[in-house]
Design a binder for this molecule. Structure first.
Ligand code: GLP
Length: 261
């Protein structure tokens, strides 16, 4: 007699690991995929809706994207994007806001319409985080959902600003930042005291609803988060491990980031 089935849930597809020698190789591949997606959408006469990320890892991604757009004179007018997160209390013109980052690294150099690159407003979120979060979710839905979400990993395994303990079914909301996240940001803010204590972030479920997820993790400090992503066991202590339940995730790592796998 065969053993009873423990669960009728389908096995999650394993995270597709893409080891590279060096980060630029991965960045070029993901930029090419994004540009192909934008072109496919253009041919189908629909907008291409992307989820975008910030952080130092993504600087190389935007530099390569802008380089290709300029050298190949590409048309990104069909692009619509939603950023993962923003610090609560920072107005879009604050130099450390993710809004300022997106202007400096994508909107201005690629000549995009700022209205097409959506970022939660950190100042409005300070006044009414629930309203900002609900409106953001509705806007993503109304745009038809995210075709592809670009992700970095926090060294504590956060995705967006979904810190350890974030539930699998979380949606866009205000969160408390973890101490290690605030410490990592202290340099840019000129000291820990200046780092905001809260952020507004897409939720884990919002991220997992994207049709494709592409994760970039480089350097030794990401090794634990990479190992947790590959375990993929949905452990709330390592939010990146929720990615194991997504059917189309690629995780790009360089040698030092992949050492713990
Ligand atoms: C911030 C962002 C995350 C990003 C992480 C990694 O915390 N909210 O979305 O993945 O930083 O940043 P870095 O690429 O600088 O290591």
């Amino acid at each position: 007699m065969s053993a009873p089935q423990a669960s009728s849930r389908p096995e999650p597809a394993a995270v597709n690991l893409r080891p590279v020698e060096r980060a630029p190789e991965a960045l070029a591949e993901v930029v090419s995929e994004v540009l192909e997606l934008i072109e496919q959408c253009r041919r189908a006469d629909r907008r291409c809706v992307l989820g975008l990320a910030t952080g130092s890892t993504m600087l190389g991604f935007y530099a390569e994207l802008v380089r290709r757009v300029r050298s190949e004179k590409l048309d990104l007018s069909g692009l619509r994007s939603f950023n993962l997160d923003e610090f609560v209390g920072l107005a879009p013109d604050h130099p450390q806001s993710f809004a300022a980052y997106m202007r400096a690294h994508l909107i201005e150099p690629a000549g995009l319409d700022p209205a097409c690159v959506r970022i939660p407003d950190g100042e409005l979120a300070r006044q009414d985080p629930r309203a900002v979060a609900a409106a953001y979710e509705q806007e993503i839905d109304a745009a038809g959902g995210l075709e592809l979400q670009l992700l970095g990993l926090g060294r504590n395994g956060h995705i967006g600003f979904n810190e350890p303990g974030s539930p699998r079914d979380s949606r866009t909301r205000q969160v408390d930042l973890a101490d290690s996240t605030r410490e990592d940001a202290a340099g840019a803010f000129g000291g820990l005291d200046a780092v905001p204590r809260h952020a507004i972030t897409m939720g884990v479920a919002t991220i997992l609803d994207a049709r494709r997820v592409r994760v970039l993790a480089f350097g030794e400090r990401k090794a634990d988060a990479v190992a947790a992503t590959l375990r993929g066991d949905g452990d709330a202590a390592w939010p990146c491990s929720y990615l194991g339940s997504h059917p189309d995730v690629r995780l790009y790592v360089d040698g030092p980031a992949g050492q713990g796998r």
